[in-house]
Design a protein around this ligand. Sequence first.
Ligand code: AMP
Length: 252
Amino acid sequence: MQIFNSTADWLIFRKSIPAEKPIGFVPTMGALHKGHLSLMKKSVDENDLTVMSIFVNPTQFNNQNDLENYPRNFESDSNLIRAIGVDAVFFPTKDEIYPNHYRYRIIENEKSKIMEGAYRPGHFDGVLTVVMKLLNIVNPTRAYFGEKDYQQLMLIRDMVASFFMDIEIIACPTIREKDGLALSSRNILLTKEERAIAPNFYKTLNSHNPTDSIKKELNEYGFGVDYIEDYFGRRFGAVTLGNVRLIDNVKL
Ligand code: AMP
């Protein structure tokens, strides 16, 4: 497994890959868990080469504390990826990705303004911008994204189609703990008490009750509720437990 910190080194390697070899790409922010690994396994199965990136993208954080507290663990991440059969890791610095300090950015004006976009202003501008940059650098055949972040998945799919990018976007199902909690890098920030309450988020979201009564139920469990909303045949939710914000969605 090769690790690339510099875009220039990566591009030399990229040019050496024969054009007919399908390349799968899995962008992540690290602090890897079984959800990330499921995307990588799918990519390893479906492509000749799998590339993943680890980059905690500052432009998608609308809250400085959240960015600073975001878990980072490159050592244990690289051990996990090695075992899966990932061929290359792109692990760039902020300056590599933002040489012009975010002067150029991708802005979507409709689906990025609801739910996560409404509660985290500028979040999807940062997501779409970094994903566009990473897709251009890696130039994969297929890129893998989790349904856990369904709004993000939809927007990326839309962006790739809108800019005529010749990349297949593959959706991967949400991987959950046995108790239903969606795996997330942020879960390790939950206290023991919060972790015990957390599975009620998925359980409640998955009930067929109206959104208002779901909000009430979640409040009773001790969650702060940002939103519970139905869109695109799915029910989306964002809640907080102490300082930790969790999102999830289920098919209606
Ligand atoms: P992140 O590191 O949080 O940016 O996530 C990187 C990719 O992994 C994104 O496409 C996420 O949607 C996906 N992902 C995160 N958590 C899960 C999960 N529990 N199940 C499936 N995919 C996930």
